[in-house]
Design a protein around this ligand. Structure first.
Ligand code: ACO
Length: 150
C-alpha cells in the first residue's frame, strides 16, 4: 500500500528507522557515524523531555522508511505572561522526495502543533536559499541570526 504517514519517533521504533533518518538528515548537514548507543541516548533524552521536544517523521509506508523529518522545540518564557515560543529545527526531506509538497506539510504540521500548545509565535533560522520555501509556508523574514561557535 503506497502512501505517506506522520509518525513520532519512539523507543520502540527508533532503531528501525535509524538509517533512513540519517539519510534524510544528511541533505541538511553532517550527521556523523552516530552509534546505536548515542542515537538511543538522544531519543531517550527527547522522550524524557517530551513537553519540550516534538519530533515528527513522514514515513513512506511502502518502503517503511523515514523520508522527511522535523522538530518543534517549545520554550517557556517569563515574558509575555509566561508565554511559549515554538522553535522549528532540523527540517529535511529526502532528496528523492523533494518538490512534492512534503516539506510544506511537515511545516504546517509542526506550526499547527505549536499553535495547539499555545505558542504566541513560531520562529526558525534558515539559509537565504530556503527563504522562498518558508514564505510559501506563511513565515516572514524578521530579525537577524547571530552565531557563536566555540
Ligand atoms: N526555493 C524556492 N522555492 C522552494 C524551495 C526553494 N529552495 N523549496 C521548495 N520551494 C517551494 C516549492 O516550489 C513549493 O511551491 P508551490 O507551493 O508554489 O508549489 C513550496 O515551496 C513547497 O515546497 P515542498 O515541495 O513542500 O518542499 P520540499 O518537500 O522539497 O521541502 C525543503 C523543502 C525542506 C527545504 C527541502 O528541499 C530540503 O530538505 N532541503 C535540504 C535541507 C534543508 O535545507 N532544510 C531546511 C533547513 S532550515 C531549518 O531546518 C529550520
Amino acid at each position: 500500500n503506497g502512501g505517506f504517514k506522520f509518525q513520532p519517533i519512539t523507543l520502540e521504533n527508533h532503531l528501525k528507522y535509524k538509517n533512513s533518518i540519517k539519510k534524510t538528515l544528511s541533505c541538511l548537514t553532517t550527521v556523523g557515524e552516530l552509534s546505536d548507543v548515542t542515537f538511543t541516548e538522544v531519543i531517550e533524552h527527547w522522550i524524557q523531555n517530551e513537553h519540550i521536544y516534538k519530533t515528527i517523521m513522514i514515513v513512506d509506508t511502502e518502503k517503511d522508511q523515514c523520508i522527511a523529518i522535523g522538530t518543534l522545540l517549545i520554550e517557556t518564557k517569563i515574558i509575555h505572561d509566561g508565554g511559549k515560543v515554538g522553535h522549528i529545527e532540523d527540517i529535511a526531506v529526502n532528496n528523492e522526495y523533494q518538490g512534492n509538497g512534503l516539506g510544506k506539510l511537515l511545516i504546517q504540521f509542526l506550526r499547527n502543533f505549536a499553535v495547539y500548545e499555545d505558542c504566541y509565535k513560531v520562529i526558525l533560522d534558515c539559509d537565504e536559499k530556503n527563504v522562498e520555501f518558508y514564505q510559501k509556508c506563511d513565515f516572514n523574514k524578521c530579525g537577524v541570526e547571530m552565531q557563536h561557535r566555540p
